[in-house]
Design a protein around this ligand. Structure first.
Ligand code: ZN
Ligand code: ZN
Length: 363
């Protein structure tokens, strides 16, 4: 039952602090974190409802057996049928919470929340995000171990991908090399961005049929899930002799990336880490070309709290894990991004990935 029972207890403590009588989690990573299982009901409502004295899964009859055999630490499954709908099942799960304050998963279908508002006019609905983030942002030892192993697999796959670059290959062909390498390691690729040449200047480029040419800057941004725990790395290399400015931009982005480790300690504000990297890039004259946040939390979700962004003054705590991914993008020419994931320790920031090369690798 561990760690799920203690996670539920921690959620109840958060609910008490925040005045929530119930918390309603959709089949998202929040549910997976609390009961070790989540399966989409698609358009049908499937939810974990936590109150002070029970944790129940309201599930379509189709999913009820799966929920009963796979979910941990919950009290019961309340099935509902297409003929009857879910109103009575939800009323039973909420109990007295239906007249109180209900924390709602940010990713619950809007249609389901609108229906909840009709069914339970006495209830007040709030976001459950704060309560769940308070639990999930500080990683336990088992979680950290999985994140480190996930990062190590992605380091290896990224190295292999960069060694596989061949003139004329397409971005999609490289993506297939990466997907196959993950499969060989018995994990699944959760995302893959490959950008050749000018495509590297688009941070969220959709990998396509572009062919690799001599002199291209190449960005590879990939990750996998190991027992649900995500990894995320970006490496930038040159295939043959690149635009000389790319060598200089890499040096600046690498220094910005490095500055974050120095600024990272428990109690530091998230925005101070963003600032530490942004300052290096601004002072080098490329400030407007770094047009995204420094990073995002990582765990069961690829993007989660804490977000390392200007304006987030939330203090960091030991056990927080997030990406450190400064980038500079010159439209139509090239982009450089360097991304490692890191953990806050009492001694400062520690990378989960191997260090990025100090200078732009020219392959
Ligand atoms: Zn990434
Ligand atoms: Zn990332």
């Amino acid at each position: 039952m561990e760690p799920y029972l203690s996670r539920l207890a921690a959620l109840r403590a958060q609910m008490a602090t925040r005045g929530l009588d119930a918390a309603l989690l959709a089949p998202t990573d929040h549910m997976r974190y609390l009961v070790g299982w989540a399966e989409s009901g698609h358009e049908r409502l499937l939810a974990l409802v936590v109150t002070a004295d029970a944790a129940r899964i309201v599930a379509p009859a189709l999913n009820a057996a799966d929920a009963s055999s796979n979910a941990r630490s919950m009290s019961s499954v309340i099935p509902w049928t297409d003929a009857d709908g879910w109103a009575a099942a939800m009323a039973q799960a909420l109990g007295d919470g239906a007249d109180g304050c209900v924390g709602i998963d940010d990713e619950l279908h809007a249609g389901h929340l609108l229906r909840m508002q009709e069914l339970f006019p006495q209830a007040r609905f709030r976001s459950a995000s704060g309560a769940m983030s308070a639990l999930r942002t500080v990683k336990g030892a088992d979680e950290l171990d999985l994140l480190e192993r996930s990062a190590e697999i992605t380091d290896d796959v990224c190295d292999l991908a960069l060694r596989s670059l061949r003139e004329g290959m397409t971005e999609l062909e490289l993506q297939e090399v990466i997907a196959a390498a993950y499969r060989e390691r018995s994990v699944s690729m959760t995302f893959c961005i490959v950008g050749f040449g000018p495509n590297s200047a688009m941070p969220h480029h959709a990998t396509d049929q572009t062919r690799l040419r001599r002199g291209d800057v190449v960005i590879v941004d990939i990750g996998c899930g190991l027992q649900g725990y995500q990894s995320d790395i970006t490496r930038t290399v040159a295939f043959g002799r690149p635009d000389p400015e790319a060598v200089e931009v890499y040096r600046i982005v690498r220094r910005a990336h490095e500055a974050v480790y120095g600024a990272c300690r428990p109690g530091a504000a998230a925005c101070d880490l963003d600032r530490a990297a942004r300052r290096v890039i601004e002072e080098a004259g490329y400030g407007p070309r770094f047009f995204h946040r420094l990073g995002h939390g990582i765990g069961l979700s690829g993007h989660e709290h804490p977000y390392i962004t200007e304006g987030n003054s939330e203090p960091l705590a030991a056990g927080n894990c997030f990406s450190n991914e400064p980038g500079v993008y010159l439209d139509g020419r090239f982009g450089v991004r360097i991304e490692n994931c890191m953990v806050v320790t009492e001694q400062g920031g520690r990378s989960l990935n191997r260090n990025a090369p100090p200078a732009l690798p020219i392959l």
